[in-house]
Design a protein around this ligand. Structure first.
Ligand code: NDP
Length: 297
């Protein structure tokens, strides 16, 4: 029987444990503050930010939102970042990507105070992750690690193949899996668009993590029996329904499920974990900055 991992259930369990941490912080007079900054009219980005804000509200984190016009000068964004860096009520914040073309996104990431960088994308936090001293693990790969743990998948000594090498998913995922630490110790291969004979790589894997943004590009024929399949992809494809579209992953679920021991669905797999692990980082940020110990899940 294939185990279809329920990301909502795992996420809810972790959120429950985070609520206990928030209670501990409250007893010390601290409310974690998480700010989001949006500089685009892109509906997907607006949706992501409102989901993050709603999640803060539900769990007892003080959600703060800053909206800038997409055609505002870059200096306005850097001024907003500086304000948040200085604001003692804000323990963590993120600038929703992508930012408009006239803003240098690398400079944006570098402008966030690393101690408040709950996305974990500042070069200092990337370096800490690589060095095995992670402060804030990026939410999506951290969520994948928690899902694997929840499914009792021991990564130690396993062959893991990650398809995708982005800074937000593929690379940090690889850095987590190669750490000499629980949830790591995997022999890790990172594939990308220039990889030759991808199927031979995925067929040789015990764990396949797909993060390409190419709808259903990995199917059952590319997997061996008993593989653990984690699908990070979220892709809108045209569909004959009311909305006119449906969400699919980077994995062709039905054929992959025939081969997989464990598989995540889309939606309802990795997605709910990403926001959960952002909340985790916000709680951790408050704990670090206020000097209050909490028992993080
Ligand atoms: P990017 O576009 O930044 O990166 C995609 C990666 O996939 C690149 O490294 C690219 O290679 C590689 N790739 C593209 N096509 C192929 C191919 N045919 N064969 C092998 N590799 C390929 O995407 P992200 O990492 O930001 O996101 C990936 C997916 O995950 C998307 O569907 C996104 O929506 C989803 N996502 C979901 C999240 C969640 O919470 N569930 C969070 C973040 C992302 P190259 O580097 O050579 O171009």
């Amino acid at each position: 029987m294939t185990h279809v991992l329920d990301g909502n259930a795992v996420g809810d369990r972790i959120r429950g444990e985070l609520e206990d941490c928030i209670e501990t912080l409250a007893e010390a007079g601290v409310t974690p503050g998480l700010a989001t900054v949006l500089m685009t009219e892109d509906p997907a980005s607006e949706t992501y930010v409102s989901m993050k804000q709603r999640a803060c509200e539900e769990i007892g984190i003080n959600g703060i939102h800053r909206k800038l016009d997409a055609d505002a000068p870059a200096a306005d964004l850097f001024a907003a970042i500086e304000d948040l860096n200085e604001d003692p009520e804000v323990h963590g914040f993120l600038v929703q990507m992508p930012v408009p073309d006239h803003v240098n996104d690398r400079e944006v990431l570098r402008s966030v105070d690393p101690i408040k960088d709950v996305d974990g994308f500042h070069p200092e936090n990337v370096g800490r992750l690589v060095a095995g001293e992670a402060r804030y693990k990026p939410a999506t790969p951290h969520g994948v690690q928690k899902l694997l743990e929840a499914a009792d998948v021991d990564t130690e000594g396993k062959d893991a193949v990650i398809v995708g090498r982005s800074d937000i998913v593929g690379k940090p995922m690889a850095n987590l899996l190669i750490q000499k630490a629980p949830g790591g110790n995997a022999t890790t291969t990172v594939c990308h668009s220039r990889t030759q004979d991808l199927a031979s790589k995925t067929r040789g894997a015990d764990i396949v993590i797909a993060a390409t943004g190419v709808p259903e590009m990995i199917d059952g024929s590319m997997l061996s029996e008993g593989t653990v399949v984690i699908d990070v992809g979220v892709n809108r494809v045209d569909a004959d329904n009311e909305k006119g579209y449906e969400l699919v992953g980077d994995v062709e679920f039905e054929s992959a499920k025939e081969k997989a021991d464990v598989i995540t669905p889309v939606p309802g797999g990795v997605g709910p974990m990403t926001i959960t692990m952002l909340l985790y980082n916000a709680v951790k940020a408050a704990s670090i900055q206020e000097g209050v110990d909490v028992d993080l899940p």
